[in-house]
Design a protein around this ligand. Structure first.
Ligand SMILES: [Fe+2]
Length: 303
């Protein structure tokens, strides 16, 4: 077909997918083409604007390597990541709610057993916190063999991976005990700005939206026979809970960090006195009970 114009082009591009064998791929491509063309028609894209868009996407791609993920950050600030999470995680009653992976997951974190100290090697001190809890099934039964991938920003709100020269810190693979109990020592997370030094930062600045994320630690909780959950634990009282730049806050994920003044308790747990304590349980859905859940091996998360 020749002589295509703005009224006939979309149908012809879609028609050329007729030989596609994979029905899901065909469905996605058809919809993507229709929406992209409709978008261009809707805003009556100029060629200069189209080229600006190409330059922007190129710059976002250039902010991707094994430690930084500009494409995930873009998806996050557009709300696309949380849209995909919402569509795919019709959480079973009682299960820990899922949120975005975010751009700062990294491979190669150390393994820790019960009570492990994620502060070791940290280049910046924060408020000491002892985090403990259980990994449970939605029916309340302890889960054996659970692993928690934990990561969080340093006290200045910057992640280790944002400095290409830095070693990994404040992250670890924490193994729960046979009765589902886990514990580790860390620092209380602090709110932070998403990275504003790249094209996604420029975009956010131009929208006039704020660029802060409420304080949180990230967790991927996995156990054999259970659906993995990628989630956050937020800090009660944080000033940015209602305006998260990546839209990830859920009421069920806001936790209270309590102050412990007891010197005996501090000594027993190997903590300075006073210290903060976070008690937090994760509840997983058994595999197969909920349809359409993702299963992301942490090691594949950014592959
Ligand atoms: Fe984060």
């Amino acid at each position: 077909m020749r002589q295509l114009n703005e009224d006939t082009l979309t149908a012809e591009v879609v028609r050329r997918l007729k030989g596609v064998k994979d029905p899901r791929f065909k469905q996605i491509m058809t919809s993507a083409i229709k929406h992209l063309h409709a978008f261009a028609r809707d805003v009556k894209h100029t060629e200069e604007e189209w080229f600006e868009g190409i330059k922007f996407l190129t710059a976002v791609g250039q902010k991707c390597d094994d430690k930084r993920q500009g494409c995930i950050l873009l998806s996050d600030v557009l709300g696309l990541s949380m849209m995909v999470v919402a569509l795919n995680h019709k959480t079973a009653p009682g299960a820990t709610e899922a949120t975005v992976l975010g751009p700062f997951f990294a491979h190669g974190a150390k393994e820790f057993g019960y009570g492990g100290d994620l502060r070791v090697g940290a280049t910046m001190k924060g408020e000491d916190v002892y985090v403990s809890g259980r990994v449970l099934s939605v029916d309340g039964k302890p889960i054996a063999g659970a692993v928690l991938d934990i990561w969080q920003a340093k006290a200045d709100g910057i992640y280790d991976v944002q400095d290409p020269e830095a070693e990994l810190e404040l992250r670890g693979r924490v193994k729960a005990s046979a009765n589902g109990e886990y514990a580790f020592k860390s620092y209380k997370p602090k709110f932070y700005s998403i990275p504003m030094d790249g094209p996604v930062g420029d975009l956010v600045r131009r929208t006039g939206n704020h660029h802060m994320r409420p304080a949180h630690m990230h967790a991927i909780v996995s156990a054999p026979g259970y659906q993995q959950v990628i989630t956050h634990v937020f800090v009660e009282g944080d000033p940015y809970l209602d305006g998260d730049a990546v839209f990830a806050v859920k009421d069920s994920l806001v936790a209270k960090y309590g102050k412990v003044a007891s010197k005996d308790e501090a000594k027993k747990l190997g903590m300075p006195s006073p210290f903060l304590r976070l008690q937090w349980d994760f509840n997983l859905s058994p595999m197969g009970k909920v349809k359409a859940r993702r299963v992301v091996a942490p090691s594949d998360a950014l592959a």
